[in-house]
Design a protein around this ligand. Structure first.
Ligand SMILES: [Fe+2]
Length: 206
């Protein structure tokens, strides 16, 4: 992701949504975005600002806080709120109105080299999203020159294990419950078919 999309001064700021809160309907309603962006994402940013005040992490960019707290049992709250701030900004950019469809040519070639075809890549993403037990994320990543699908639990994210995230799907219940109740697969498939932002993934790959 380019710096301007994640870089935040201290205090950390909730980035603007890249589209109107009605723009992803009917797949993701304005009501879901109202809670997900307006309450959950904002909550992570606000909690992070409270946590870092007066600590060694005050004034550090998000990525530095994430790298400095990942895997440290006494820094879990810092990591969770910093990573969730980053993950959600990345998620909003991983979606776009009138998304889905065909990836840009360079990304499509890489997808075909790693998965065989686009449909197999989408199926792997959907399977990872469904297999994540409880809260978490499904990701398309670049790992050692190859595209891969991975899933992470809770706030965990691929940056901390040396992989480069290209796009993500939030599978916490707050991402879909108002619109789909327990039907996570319907949410995931609708996102992959109509909202996923292959252009954002291609920018991250470049
Ligand atoms: Fe979320």
């Amino acid at each position: 992701m380019s710096d301007d999309k994640t870089k935040s001064a201290s205090p950390h700021v909730l980035p603007s949504l890249p589209y109107a809160d009605t723009a992803l309907a009917p797949v993701i309603s304005a009501q879901t975005i109202g809670f997900h962006y307006g309450k959950h994402h904002r909550g992570y940013v606000d909690n992070l600002n409270k946590l870092v005040a007066g600590t060694e992490f005050a004034g550090l960019p998000l990525e530095k806080i994430i790298a400095g707290t990942a895997g440290k049992a006494d820094k879990t709250a810092f990591f969770n709120n910093a990573a969730q701030t980053w993950n959600h900004t990345f998620y909003w950019n991983s979606l776009r109105p009138k998304g889905g469809g065909e990836p840009p040519a360079a990304l499509k070639q890489r997808i075909e080299a790693s998965f065989g075809d686009l449909d197999s890549c989408k199926k792997e993403l959907a399977a990872a999203a469904m297999a994540q037990f409880g809260s978490g994320w499904a990701w398309l990543v670049l790992d050692g020159g190859k595209l891969k699908v991975v899933k992470t639990g809770n706030a965990d994210m691929p940056l901390t294990t040396g992989m480069k995230p290209l796009l993500t799907i939030d599978v916490w219940e707050h991402a879909y419950y108002l619109d789909y109740q327990n039907r996570r697969a319907d949410y995931v498939n609708a996102v992959l078919d109509t909202l996923i932002n292959w252009h954002f993934a291609a920018e991250n790959l470049a």
